[in-house]
Ligand binder design. Sequence first.
Ligand code: IPM
Ligand code: MG
Length: 357
Amino acid sequence: MTKKVMILPGDGIGPEIVEQAMAVLEAASGKLNLGLRFERGLIGGASIDTHGEPLTDAALEAAGECDAVLLGAVGGPQWDTLAREIRPEKGLLKIRSGLGLYANLRPAILYPQLADASSLKPEVVSGLDILIVRELTGGIYFGEPRGIRTLENGERQGFNTYVYSESEIERIARSAFEAAQKRNGKLCSVDKANVLEVTVLWREVLDRLAPEYPDVALSHMYVDNAAMQLVRAPKQFDVMVTGNMFGDILSDAAAMLTGSIGMLPSASLNESGFGLYEPCHGSAPDIAGQGIANPLATILSAAMMLRYSLDMSEAAVAIEAAVRKVLDQGLRTADIHTEGCQKVSTAEMGAAVVSAL
Ligand code: IPM
Ligand code: MG
């Protein structure tokens, strides 16, 4: 049976890293007879340049008709002066919300080979394996009303609305409890319940559900403390669950514990397990086109796609093992390079993973 994957390379380093991930997927597909087929679409600045908007309804629909979506990254300085509504980032937000991808899983794993690349001491991060579960289609990112208005005194005022309904909290909480059940049974919910009512409700819902998951130990932490604990003693965490904006911030912090944000994959899933897979890093316009970006986050995202949406875990395991093997061989892109290792380009890293497969 063939499975269709929508490829959305996007902007900046997106096309370069996605090309390598596709080469890895094609190699895995050939070797394990997966029958993967690819379609290509436009998102972000690439779509703005062609269609005048960051994601067309047709592209959204085409993505939804595939079995999974693999995305590079969006955005770049050439589109920063456009009106807010048609910026590249809006394309990303539109596909997340349009496909109902509320559960964003961001695993932060320290590969032992990269312990020296982390800005933290090796003993603080060695063995690190945490999963951030970020709510992705609600919260302050999507709350209405929002905008910039002019007050009676002529001064302008920016405003956003931080809202979560109980059902939105409950479904992301269940994703997190279930993830914790499959891991080490520890779930830390991150909120700001000492100040924000919306997260008082968040905490209440988590507490209400906890008895249904007796094998999971639930704890709560304020977001400021969580940021501190992530850099002080990150190994205390197993699964963390939080809202859209806190998750955005904490996942970047967690990324750097692992040596480079260039290593972090992500999965964004809807109720039926359909998913969009993308690296956690952005489009890095400053290094785009130079062939030095790290393709591993995208390659690892492709592995997550095989596991979560395409029911091909054997291939996922093979790709993850291939990534470990190239790290063992001492191959490093610039972002994870340390002394004594061999510096390689984007394409060389991709090719090494393909041959390790
Ligand atoms: C991310 C990114 C996006 C976000 C941006 C590009 C809109 O930072 O995926 O973490 O804020 O969600
Ligand atoms: Mg982010």
